[in-house]
Design a protein around this ligand. Sequence first.
Ligand SMILES: Nc1ncnc2c1ncn2[C@@H]1O[C@H](COP(=O)(O)OP(=O)(O)OP(=O)(O)O)[C@@H](O)[C@H]1O
Length: 720
Amino acid sequence: MSMLLWQCVVRPLHISAHHITHGSSLVRGGLSQRHNELAAVRSLLKQWGARGVHLVRNEAAPVGSNKHGASLAFKVALGTGTALGVKVLTTPLRADCKVQIAPPREVHDRLQGSKESKEKQDPPFDWLAFWDLLKPQLHNFLLAVASALVVSLVNVQVPILLGEVVNVVAKFTREAAREGRNFMQEIYAPSIKLVKCYVVQAVFTFSYITFLTRMGERMADDLRHQLFNSFLKQDIAFYDRHKTGELVNRLTADVQDFKSSFKMCISQGMRSITQIIGCGVSIYFISPQLAGVTGLLVPLIIASGTALGSLLRSLSRQAQHQVAVATGVADECLSNMRTVRAFAMEEEETRLFTQEVDRSRQLNEALGTGIGIFQAGSNLFLNGIVMGILFAGGHLIATNEMQAGDLMSFLVASQTIQKSLAQLGIMFGTYVRGTSAGARVFEFINLTPEIPVKGGKIIPYHSLMGNIEFRNVSFAYPTRPDQEVLNNFNLRIPAGRMVALVGASGGGKSTVAQLLERFYDVVRGSITIDGEDLRTLDPAWLRGRVVGFINQEPILFATTVMENIRYGFPAASDEEVIQAAKTANAHDFIESFPDGYNTVVSERGVAVSGGQKQRIAIARALLKNPRILVLDEATSALDAESEAVVQEALSRTVEGRTVLVIAHRLSTIQNANIIAVMQHGRLVEIGTHEDLKKMGGIYADLIRQQQQEESANTDNTRWL
Ligand SMILES: Nc1ncnc2c1ncn2[C@@H]1O[C@H](COP(=O)(O)OP(=O)(O)OP(=O)(O)O)[C@@H](O)[C@H]1O
């Protein structure tokens, strides 16, 4: 399946003569007609919608060759300054291109754009879903809230008790010696009260942190679980719409943001509000005059703190975003190191990364300066208030309107109010961040897929024949509803027969295979298996038991070969796995691995060659003994030697099954019972290889074209 996604990833593309307007000259001309090839790539990129394409290096450099063709490397630039590396491997009927998009500005702008649109389109917070999430943790929540309340009330008491202690101390410095009173006796009661307060404060601080953590972690765990579950239930169209990075971000950063914001709102928010009210009442009772003056300054503190705070928050968001952009560039480069190396783009990648890191440094420096100004300014301001209170309080003490201990209480209480106000300012930002992160998470949890993962009719195994029929099928991908990919498509695949789909690239062949797997539903018409509409059948049964799918790029998981083959049919015994591997021509090479079937294949299957990977995938598909087998370009990425071995395995695999095979190399499908030729989403020719050749239509043209390309390719190989 070929498709270009303009996103910051490197992905292989398969571009056939149909896509490249000068396709035949591309292949026939070989290396001697580089300009034609470059023009072809340029026209292709334009076709894809890349505006202002021009070639940076007007020369193609051969980077390698094999029996099947030559690799050429091009560097292309988009008008925006986007650098593309295009690597073309010419093969008899097609050109396989690797397109690397490594555009710093483009990546940045795209991320910026997506972030802006994300900010604009944040869904409303779902309070009902939040309540459902909170309900199981209500006991932890209430215990945390009660404990935090106790801590706040104690915090309100502390300044008053401190004042009482200071009053005793102050009294003794002035009069104790003269009156012969016992200091220990007088200080004992207020000191004990203070110590009790500190102990209660410590116990309940421990308690609220423990309950809050328990509640937060359990809610986050629940959220991740629900979200992941919801991801796995979504239909494939959902994955066409959303990038993997975005989904992973919701699962990690958004859940984390939501959790910490929620915890913070409870602990800090509640404490701050209680302390502001409690200490406000205290200072009023200590000295109404001083409290009045301080109260006048409060709006000033709030206004300046909010203004500066929002400025800093916006700067901090920009800095965080820039760090993400720089990380994205590094991630893209490191995870595609082979492509970077193949194009000798190390210096360019370093330049891109440095550029993004430099921007990030500048923003962080600006943020640091802002924080410095904010902290210095607020310290100065707060210390000014302390000085003011001391000055006015000193005056009140001198006129015997106040005691020293009361001044002390007033100072501590007013400081607590100031700190709490500052906390509330921060809290507002935290609340906004938390609710928007939560809204994004709930949005995906609440999504209902159009195609359910399971549920529906099952045809009993003994009566399942495997007759397939596409009847007047029309289809457009949900992400491109205006582009009709299949148009009144009709095809019958009788049980136990092999039907090959051929035709120009983009004609809709892979789409037919995907519809058979019910990755998407048809827009009009119907697909039936043994007369049953696919939409009435259980999708899990269909994919898990009936249809085996082998495509060009099999995916191996980072586990043992045994588990990789068993994937999709976990109940299979070791013997069954080994038998499937034998049929798939895989047993011998697996046995030659150091740990045999227990060898762990690395994350991307690097330790396993393409042909070996494909045979493991065949064994995996075989294990579930599917009635229907779909082979979508199963051997087109392989060299001649591997292809022969895989073909041999496939010919054993297809026996007794209904098979839909899609292949560009016509030599691989000549034995099919029926060959169906597709063009622009329609079936245009159908018959056996001999019939179609005699007919002299599109199929005959394709064969002629392929033969010419094969001979041109042999010439190129000789030339190289
Ligand atoms: N997931 C998708 N979302 C939107 N459009 C898609 C998607 N997959 C394929 N297309 C588009 O559908 C059309 C048919 O693609 P399809 O892959 O079925 O063709 P194909 O004949 O199999 O091509 P190839 O031989 O290159 O694999 C193309 O225009 C392609 O761009």
